[in-house]
Design a protein around this ligand. Structure first.
Ligand code: PMP
Length: 438
């Protein structure tokens, strides 16, 4: 087959519209610690840890070496009736980082797969314990739970759903928790909004608890613009789900591994769900990998109670892949040996003050923060939603700073090895550049 004479044509890029990309193709060539190097040789301060993922900083030697060593020793092991020591070791290590009781680990290759796996486990569990009528799933508006059919069904993003037909049936959505009127410019967790969890009671009243299998929410929604959980909200969800026998899943693909404090947001906030989904920071994004931590009673329920002798017929060719497991172990070692979560936590208040210093700058209508995350919301341009966000993204990149624009919200989530000087640089640059866009 003859290709058109365009080296950028064949790669159908995820999410990005190829046409827009080709207008000003920006490519990354290498990375080290807090920085990327662009293909034109410029240093770009990484304000997004890649995509909420490179928490220990880029191309860290111990992770690189672990991957190289394993690649030369055991490239792959099939998952049927066989295992390999690295996957077992990583699962055990990961279990020790999870909240009490969530000590059974299922490996996947991405956040999307973790979400679909978690939903399947919840359904299999309900069935295994004789609650087979519980098939409904509850997600949340403005939830991002990946792009599998399960994830987009429970997720609450119109663009992710509207091309793809009926999706899963029997799905309801809780309202999201962001409210400009009550919560604009709140530092940290808003006081207003805990009561929004009561909407779950309304859904239960509508359908009957005996029809509902699971609720899935992100403790802090990242991809839809940093929605910080109101005080008491997650606690209330926990209370209601427990009361009605509903499995509670926290999608921690972004929040796990130090992003909001400790190893999980659940642990940091003191609310323990039944299942936690993870990915990204698990391997510092060096090799794709996700994981699902499952509470012992759910695991045992599925394994012991499967009605037809099946434990959980689900998995991936690459579940627990040796290279990913090696990268995961080296990453967890690094988080621990360098005290990366503690280091980041020691910067929380400096970070909060810095990001909120942007209040009053042109077009900024809200600022939200949690852990080492910030969402800076710009008023939409009359020419369309997302235009201002994209303009600022381009300006920042061209001036040596990578940010993420999600609509008109600029999301920041730098590697957790950052220092105060990086925060100053990031915020200083945004302060200056936000004044220069239309
Ligand atoms: N869940 C959440 C909360 C996410 O933020 C993401 C990705 N940003 C996903 C799931 C999907 O992860 P992946 O892109 O690795 O499939």
């Amino acid at each position: 087959m003859k290709l058109e004479n365009d080296p950028l044509a064949a790669f159908w890029m995820p999410f990005t519209a190829n046409r827009a990309f080709k207008a000003t193709p920006r490519q990354l060539k290498s990375a080290k610690d807090m920085h990327y190097t662009s293909d034109d040789g410029r240093q770009i301060l990484d304000g997004t840890a890649g995509l909420w993922a490179v928490n220990a900083g880029h191309c860290r030697a111990p992770i690189v070496e672990a991957i190289q060593k394993t690649a030369s020793e055991l490239d792959y092991a099939p998952p049927f009736q066989l295992g390999h020591p690295l996957a077992f070791e990583l699962a055990s290590r990961l279990a020790t980082l999870m909240p009490e009781g969530l000590d059974r680990i299922f490996f996947t290759n991405s956040g999307s797969e973790s979400v679909d796996t978690a939903l399947k486990i919840a359904l299999a569990y309900q069935r295994a314990i004789g609650q087979g009528t519980r098939t409904r799933l509850i997600g949340r508006e403005r939830g991002y739970n990946g792009v599998g059919f399960g994830g987009i069904s429970v997720g609450g993003i119109v663009n992710n759903r509207r091309q793809f037909g009926t999706l899963l049936t029997g799905v309801d959505h809780l309202p999201h928790t962001h409210n400009m009127e009550h919560n604009a410019f709140t530092m940290g967790r808003p006081e207003w909004g805990g009561h929004l969890a009561d909407n779950l009671e309304a859904i239960v009243a509508l359908h009957g608890a005996e029809t509902i299998a699971a609720v899935i929410v992100e403790p802090m929604a990242g991809s839809t613009g940093v929605l910080v959980p109101p005080v008491g909200y997650l606690e209330k969800l926990r209370e209601i789900t427990r009361k009605h026998g509903i499995v509670l899943i926290f999608d921690e693909v972004i929040t796990a591994f130090g992003r909001v404090g400790g190893a999980t947001a659940s642990g940091t906030l003191g609310v323990t769900p039944d299942i936690i989904t993870m990915a990204k920071g698990l391997t510092n994004a060096a090799v794709p990998m996700g994981a699902v931590a499952v509470s012992r009673h759910i695991h045992d329920g599925v394994v012991e109670g499967g009605p037809d002798g099946i434990e959980l017929f689900h998995g991936y060719t690459y579940s627990g892949h040796p290279l990913a497991a090696a990268a995961g172990l080296a990453t967890l070692d690094l988080y621990k040996s360098e005290g990366i979560f503690e280091h980041a936590t020691s910067l929380h208040s400096y970070w909060q003050d810095a990001v909120h210093s942007l209040k009053g700058k042109r077009n900024i209508i809200d600022i939200r923060n949690m852990g080492i995350v910030a969402g800076i919301e710009l008023a939409p341009h009359s020419a369309g939603v997302g235009k201002r966000g994209m303009q600022l993204f381009h300006k920042c990149f061209d001036n040596g700073l990578l940010v993420r624009a999600t609509g008109d919200i600029i999301a920041l989530s730098p590697p957790l090895i950052l220092e105060k000087a990086h925060i100053d640089e990031m915020i200083g640059r945004i302060a200056e550049l936000v004044e220069t866009i239309d």
